[in-house]
Design a binder for this molecule. Structure first.
Ligand SMILES: [Zn+2]
Ligand SMILES: [Zn+2]
Length: 252
């Protein structure tokens, strides 16, 4: 799998974009960043988007993507998939004909540019050559991480989470784990309150994994603390761990 980091920051500032992870140019995990990085032809290649949770920094590029499709490529449909709570939140609070048009009925209900699909945690979803399973994690709103398998490789993305349990069972021996560290250790209290992780909290979480993933990519740092979080992550001295940078590409 080719993994392209469209965005991996826990906020927005110049050179720091909200989370979105593009797999083989066609499958997107979270949608914090699309149109500010991908040209139109690249945008049309995306056919499925899996969303971890309804927070704005993870869904905010879908409205502009839908708008681009209406302007240029109405024959394209993007399947936006997540759990029932996340889909309901997007329908009720974003694509509600108040904040943004309901693109699930535009240009027509039969052939909309956006199609929502509800998935069930722990059940396998097959999309082309990919197997995708949603696993609940522990954040302030209903949130799932994703286990993506293709061609014998396994990638796990936690989404935003505080201390959690289930998803670590799926990480043992994985090729890549994308996991969050939002705050430096000095802000542990805020991390616990907002259900995020610091580097030392991550260390406690990784201890729950039987065989550590070959690569551990850290996402969602607050840009204001990027260097400090990088130092604390590197200070964990775990093989294959690194703080992500927007624009990076990995071969999984
Ligand atoms: Zn969040
Ligand atoms: Zn977030």
């Amino acid at each position: 799998m080719k993994l392209r980091i469209l965005g991996s920051a826990g906020a927005e500032l110049p050179d720091f974009r909200p989370p979105a992870f593009l797999i083989d140019d066609q499958l997107l995990l979270d949608a914090g960043t699309i149109g500010s990085v991908l040209g139109e032809e690249e945008q049309w290649k995306i056919h499925t988007i899996f969303i971890t949770h309804s927070h704005l920094d993870h869904i905010r590029s879908i409205p502009a993507l839908a708008d681009n499709m209406i302007i240029q490529n109405q024959s394209h449909t993007v399947s936006v998939q997540s759990t029932v709570e996340v889909i309901a939140a997007m329908q009720n609070h974003l694509f509600n004909n108040v904040i943004w048009p309901d693109f699930t009925t535009i240009p027509s209900a039969e052939n909309p540019v956006i199609k929502f699909k509800t998935i069930t945690p722990y059940l396998e979803n097959i999309v082309n050559d990919y197997s995708i399973i949603a696993i609940p994690v522990n954040h302030t709103v209903p949130t799932v991480g994703y286990v993506v398998k293709s061609q014998g490789k396994t990638l796990v993305y936690t989404g935003d989470t505080g201390s959690t349990e289930e998803i670590w069972k799926y990480c043992s021996g994985a090729d890549v784990l994308i996991v969050e560290v939002s705050f430096p250790d000095s802000m542990k209290e805020l991390a616990e309150l907002t259900k995020h992780l610091t580097a030392s909290m991550l260390l406690e979480e990784l201890a729950k994994i039987e065989v550590l993933p070959k690569k551990i990519l850290i996402t969602h740092p607050k840009p204001q603390y990027y260097e400090l979080i990088r130092d604390e992550v590197e200070g964990l001295s775990i093989a294959g761990i690194e703080l992500l940078r927007d624009g990076s590409v990995y071969e999984v």
